[in-house]
Design a binder for this molecule. Structure first.
Ligand code: GDP
Length: 196
């Protein structure tokens, strides 16, 4: 399967340290606490894989994980964490925006949003930045278990409506790491990206 034997590859804190672009890269982004690490662990069926991105000293960095086929899952620092000092935030905003806007090997971005707070100001900023590249974005509305089925479907519909209007290169789905639901749909999408 796609994520079989995925393993930690490297941590990057400066643009000059980015590994040579030897495979397709798919980046995961999202607000801190949105459920990004859980989603990565759920998708890869590795309960502690993205834990590495949460270890002290690495949370503000870009973490690369390599798939068996040589491609990369790229875990970006979570944004919107108020306690990050200004200088550090500026540093990673620069790192993040440069990586997202200039990395040729980057095929697309998976954007994680807590279904209870979709499309926050920072999410919109992220969409705005990244849409300049005209690369695809796939949104996981995660923690979908926190809402009733009806409300989850309603939120999905509203987000879809917004995207159709403003960001037609974006797709969106429900996801829950708790229920392990939405995994097949997300995996199909990522498989098509990695094999494009
Ligand atoms: P990150 O900061 O974006 O990497 O977020 P985490 O993956 O660490 O998740 C933040 C919190 O949300 C943790 O307490 C998780 O247990 C919880 N969480 C993540 N995904 C889900 C989910 O799908 N359902 C529920 N109910 N909780 C979740």
């Amino acid at each position: 399967s796609l994520f079989q034997n995925i393993h930690f590859y490297t941590t990057v804190n400066h643009l000059k340290d980015l590994p040579p672009a030897t495979g397709v890269e798919v980046a995961f982004a999202g607000r801190s606490n949105a459920g990004k690490s859980s989603a990565i662990n759920t998708l890869t069926r590795r309960s502690r894989l993205a834990y590495v991105s949460k270890t002290p000293g690495r949370t503000q960095h870009i973490n690369f994980f390599q798939l068996a086929n040589g491609h990369f899952l790229v875990d970006l620092p979570g944004y919107g964490y108020a306690k990050v000092p200004h200088a550090i935030r500026q540093h990673w905003e620069q790192l993040l925006s440069t990586y997202l806007q200039t990395r040729a090997a980057l095929y697309g971005m998976v954007l994680i949003m807590d279904i209870r707070h979709p499309l926050t100001q920072l999410d919109l900023q992220m969409l705005e930045w990244f849409s300049l590249t005209q690369k695809p974005i796939h949104i996981l509305l995660t923690k979908s278990d926190k809402l009733s089925r009806t409300r989850a479907m309603q939120t999905l519909k509203e987000v879809k409506h917004f995207l159709n209007e403003h960001y037609p290169q974006c797709s969106v789905q429900l996801f829950s790491s708790l229920l392990v639901s939405g995994v097949d749909e997300a995996t199909d999408r990522l498989t098509s990206w990695f094999e494009a």
